[in-house]
Design a protein around this ligand. Structure first.
Ligand SMILES: [Zn+2]
Ligand SMILES: [Zn+2]
Length: 333
């Protein structure tokens, strides 16, 4: 089959003929219909990950996958079109039992620990993680990663809450749409005017264009204006610096982006104001079901920008250069 293979840090993916994958007993084989390109893929290519993630190349990346079942199991049959909930945990540990297998010590993610969706076919370890879908499959792709993460990142936020969003990528564009279904009041800060205009179109009450120092630029525009939640979809030094100062008493900072910044907080700020900080990685299977139904009910749009598998390195450049408004979805031949 044709695949885009990651061989070396900092190099373009290579478009290659590789051996067709063979599903074992209990596994499912999918013909890939579309796989989203995520900043997570770019972090792998650039060698940005520290700590918990170690990547063994050669590896087929791509973790946001929709496909058609070629070899099924009990629940999914040949011809079904499915989206992949992409965190395969041990099923027994605390994290798995709580419904958050992405935090399992033994988690496998397709496109990270084993071959993913930037290829014609992909093997799925268990059919339990597959969601049957209907409608245009490409439009559903961004829900499988960006959508699940966005849904989890705004959980518990209600009507009347004041929220600041940092960043204007695909997750944040889904996040704002979900927040608006809840009646939250949302201010967005970002660096890209075109993407900020899109955020206004999607319901932002206020947008602030930043030169890169997000927090200073945001507080300059919103004097005496504190937020119940700050959701950081960037996670670099500029976005994290001083972001706790934007919070109202009892407020919460949620960090979603993975750009590797450092959060420095004076402890008295946390203690005296009762502030919280949480990291958000992906979400639960229930989050995936919920975000798919929001889409079917017409509450959210997924903003797909299609590229062929051969064009994947162009898509990566476009993502890095911030030319993609929404989600690039890679379509194999
Ligand atoms: Zn991702
Ligand atoms: Zn586990």
């Amino acid at each position: 089959m044709k695949a885009a293979v990651f061989n070396d840090i900092g190099k373009p993916l290579s478009f290659e003929n590789v051996q067709d994958p063979e599903p074992k007993d209990g596994e499912v084989l999918l013909k890939v219909l579309g796989t989203g390109l995520c900043h997570g893929d770019v972090h792998i290519i650039m060698g940005d990950w520290l700590g918990d993630i170690s990547i063994k190349s050669p590896l087929i990346l791509g973790h946001e996958i929709v496909g058609e079942v070629i070899k099924g199991g009990e629940r999914v049959k040949e011809g079904d079109v499915v989206a992949v909930y992409n965190a395969f945990g041990c099923g027994k540990c605390k994290a798995c039992l709580k419904g958050y297998p992405q935090y399992c010590e033994k988690v496998k993610v397709l496109g990270v620990e084993q071959n993913g969706g930037f290829a014609q076919y992909v093997v799925i370890p268990s059919e339990e993680n597959l969601f049957k879908i209907r409608g245009n499959p490409l439009e559903i792709v961004p829900l499988a990663d960006a959508g699940v993460t966005a849904y989890n990142s705004v959980k518990g936020i209600e009507k009347g809450d004041k929220v600041a969003i940092i960043g204007t990528g695909a997750v944040s564009m889904l996040g704002i749409q979900i927040l608006k279904t809840r009646g939250a009041e949302v201010t967005v800060v970002g660096r890209n005017r075109i993407k900020l205009n899109k955020m206004s179109e999607l319901g932002a009450d206020e947008v602030v264009e930043s030169k890169g120092n997000y927090i200073t630029d945001l507080s300059a525009k919103t004097e005496n204006n504190k937020f119940d939640y700050v959701i950081d979809y960037v996670g670099n030094d500029q976005s994290l610096m001083d972001s706790m100062w934007l919070l109202s008493r009892l407020g919460e900072l949620r960090i979603v982006g993975e750009f590797g910044g450092t959060l420095n907080v004076h402890e008295q700020l946390l203690v005296l104001r009762g502030l919280n900080v949480r990291g958000i990685l992906y979400g639960s299977k229930n989050d995936m079901a919920d975000v798919i139904s929001l889409y079917y009910n017409g509450k959210i749009k997924t903003l797909v920008v299609p590229y062929s598998l051969q064009e994947i390195n162009q898509a990566i450049d476009d993502m890095i250069e911030e030319r993609i408004i929404g989600r690039a979805v890679i379509i194999p031949p």
